[in-house]
Design a binder for this molecule. Structure first.
Ligand SMILES: Nc1nc2c(ncn2[C@@H]2O[C@H](COP(=O)(O)OP(=O)(O)OP(=O)(O)O)[C@@H](O)[C@H]2O)c(=O)[nH]1
Length: 384
């Protein structure tokens, strides 16, 4: 009897899939940081204690938040104390600063949600804890304690393009077809449990990066599945590539089956619920799995509704009806599996990004001109 019970218990406790065990993608981390204590002064000789060391965060390519955890196991970083003033060294030595090396793309907040630094480039740095002042006459020669606080490191990937779609839509397959990435591909949802980034190379040696953002499901805003854990990464992308399965999608037998048009509305809704401004981002729609036998008919009969999403909005279930509709720069039917029309997507992505860059340049120039005009003002006779 006991044997049977044990057997049935074991069969319930399924081992996690190997790629899901351990090594989970870490994109936020809390650290306690403490600047060094200032050294004491020497009243007899007017000696001044050394300032306590400060703590900086410095961004470096190739570093992960896991590396930070490995280095600071207790999630606590201390800078060293300033030296006391002495007869032999009246000005005490400054405490040694501590550099916390973090990934590029990290935003650092204090515990009140105040942004301390946004480290978007390699070698960018910011101070997160100031060392205490050394003791001097103004402090009765007593060194001051260093700043002690909790900081939150929030990693947001930086990619030119964000790939957004429900599970099983073919995001990983597409990323593999268009870029150098080697993501995991499976016929079951949630094969990808961490964002993957692929680089797309063009003939003129320009390269762009595409991030596959997994785990988005209908109801993610209510924290279903992984919630919006990965959606934050699209905030920093310049273009969104939406991908839907032409045959629709059903997460599980418990969930309703959605046709591909409803999936577009549902993706729109999830984005809107996460952050309304994201809906206004430039976006392109990819309609995947066009190699399937029924695909062409479904596509042809729905073409007008893809072109104008308002047409079927009244038939959209209330819980996935978006308030503001996405405006696609283009919609492209593809087969990611057979690499059909992938080059077309590649060219379109490039075109949209180049257009954006040109527009940004014009805006920058206009803003600069206006600022200069304001700063300099008009002087001398006006020539008409
Ligand atoms: N017929 C067909 N199947 C495809 C195509 N693209 C992807 N698939 C299949 O769809 C399934 C899911 O593909 P993935 O690329 O893993 O989908 P995903 O969106 O990355 O899935 P998650 O990791 O769950 O987010 C796999 O069995 C793929 O082989 C396609 O163009 N045609």
């Amino acid at each position: 009897m006991v044997q049977i019970f044990r057997f049935s218990l074991n069969s319930i406790k399924k081992p996690a899939r190997s790629h899901m065990r351990g090594n989970i993608f870490l994109d936020s981390l809390r650290l306690t940081v403490k600047g060094g204590h200032g050294g004491n002064g020497l009243p007899r000789y007017g000696g001044v204690g050394g300032q306590g060391g400060c703590i900086y965060c410095v961004a470096k390519e190739g570093v992960t938040l896991r590396n930070v955890v490995q280095r600071y196991g207790e999630k606590r970083v201390n800078a060293s104390n300033g030296e006391d003033s002495s007869k032999h060294r009246l000005l005490g030595r400054r405490g040694v600063d501590e550099e916390v090396v973090v990934p590029v793309g990290v935003q650092i907040y204090d515990d009140h949600g105040q942004l301390l630094g946004d480290l978007n480039d390699s070698d960018a740095s910011c101070i997160v804890a100031v060392g205490g002042m050394g003791g001097c006459s103004g402090t009765s020669f007593l060194g001051k304690p260093g700043e002690n606080r909790v900081i939150n490191l929030d990693l947001k990937l930086i990619a030119d393009v964000g790939l957004v779609g429900f599970p099983n839509a073919g995001k990983s397959t597409f990323l593999k077809a268009i870029s150098n990435a080697k993501p995991k591909i499976g016929s079951y949802p949630f094969t990808t449990i961490r964002p993957q980034i692929g680089t797309v190379q063009y003939a003129d040696l320009r390269s762009i990066t595409i991030a596959d953002l997994p785990g988005l499901i209908e109801g993610a805003h209510a924290n279903f599945g992984m919630g919006h854990k990965f959606l934050k990464h699209i905030e920093r992308t310049r273009l969104l590539l939406f991908i839907v399965d032409i045959t629709g999608f059903r997460l599980s037998p418990k969930h309703e089956r959605r046709d591909f048009l409803q999936n577009i509305y549902a993706l729109n809704k999830e984005l809107e619920l996460y952050d309304k401004t994201l809906v206004g981002k430039p976006s392109v729609l990819l309609i995947n799995k066009m190699d399937l036998p029924e695909a062409k008919d479904i596509f042809n009969s729905n073409k007008p509704f893809i072109k104008d999403l308002t047409l079927k909005l009244n038939e959209c279930p209330e819980n996935i009806k978006p308030e503001k509709l996405l405006k696609f720069e283009a919609f492209i039917p593809i087969s990611a599996k057979d690499s059909v029309r992938i080059n077309h997507v590649k060219e379109k992505v490039r075109l949209v990004l180049d257009d954006l860059a040109a527009k940004e340049q014009v805006t920058d120039a206009t803003v600069l001109r206006e600022r200069l005009a304001n700063e300099i003002g008009e002087r001398g006779p006006r020539v008409i």
